[in-house]
Design a protein around this ligand. Structure first.
Ligand code: PLP
Length: 298
């Protein structure tokens, strides 16, 4: 089935979607993005993603071409038109396409931002077999820029990190800066010691994960102990458990780091329980994609 996508105010078949070669997203990676998951046709934590999008745009002094209300309407419309039951909505906003290539930002009054949204169907997204098995990670140096809190489309190093992991027979890479784990290539990183969940505090050095914020809140509500502090990769290898969070993987156990098995090499107690709580609680708060619902449907 050909997807219906959204480009600068219009819905169209994906084969008709076109962006200028002068678009700054293409030439300069001058753009931001969000990924919102869809479970059972409902949008998970749309508000969180919309808020972070606004922050990314503000930090880069980039104009938004759309209001949050309209953005929600586009998300719902695309999910409905593409009959997405489980999957993702990808959204990208760039600083637009000026008449020529130039390092200086174009005048936003003359060059409107570009906005693109499309859906990805992922049947059974929440029933991933990887969640039962757990994943293996390797560690790599974090050589990304210093504003990782802005969700930009500069994803070359994370892509290279995933390829390094693949080559090493692992599923993903955790990045290390000054001896401490920053985050995964496309997720936030956690270790568990005893009953304590340990994760790096938010700063410019990591993306402020929307799933991270929800998981930490749910963990505290469930009387689980959370400590936000730096941890080393050696500490992680000696942890009882480890896991990652992201909008597309929710909570995913990590069972091996640099070839070292954690515990007995299978998912422990805490990560699978957090996954359960996260899925249950987020579904309760999810926004229905059906156009006929004008307000949040729980
Ligand atoms: N960290 C990085 C570098 C990411 O790219 C992502 C998601 O793409 C995350 C963390 C997790 O963020 P979220 O939970 O909002 O998906």
């Amino acid at each position: 089935m050909s997807r219906t996508v959204y480009v600068n105010g219009d819905y169209m078949p994906e084969s008709d979607a076109k962006i200028s070669i002068f678009d700054r997203g293409f030439l300069m990676a001058d753009g931001v993005y969000e990924v919102t998951s869809v479970l059972g046709g409902k949008l998970i934590d749309f508000d969180g993603h919309a808020k972070r999008l606004e922050r990314s745009l503000t930090e880069l002094d980039m104009a938004s071409p759309i209001s949050i209300e309209d953005l929600l309407a586009v998300h719902r419309e695309l999910v409905t038109r593409n009959e997405v039951v489980d999957g993702l909505v990808y959204l990208q906003i760039t600083r637009g396409a000026p008449a020529d290539r130039d390092f200086a930002f174009p005048d936003p009054n003359e060059t409107p931002s570009t906005i693109v949204l499309f859906t990805q169907n992922k049947p059974g997204l929440a029933q991933s077999p990887a969640a039962q098995k757990g994943m293996k990670v390797i560690s790599i140096e974090d050589i990304r820029w210093g504003r990782r809190d802005i969700k930009t489309v500069q994803l070359l190093y994370p892509s290279m990190g995933k390829m390094m992991a693949k080559k090493a027979g692992a599923d993903d890479a955790w990045m290390i800066q000054d001896g401490h784990v920053t985050e995964g290539t496309s997720n936030n990183a956690y270790i568990v010691k005893g009953n304590k969940i340990i994760t790096r505090p938010t700063s410019n050095e990591i993306l402020h994960g929307i799933t991270r914020a929800a998981v930490l809140r749910f963990a505290q509500e469930a009387q689980m102990e959370v400590e936000e502090r730096l941890f080393t990769i050696d500490e992680a290898k000696e942890a009882d458990e480890a896991f990652i969070t992201s909008a597309s993987t929710f909570v995913m156990p990590v069972v091996e780091i640099d070839g070292v098995a954690l515990g007995d090499g299978s998912p422990g107690r805490v990560a699978p329980r957090l996954r359960e709580i996260y899925l249950e609680e987020s579904m309760k708060r999810a926004v229905s994609s059906r156009f006929t619902f004008s307000a949040k449907a729980f």
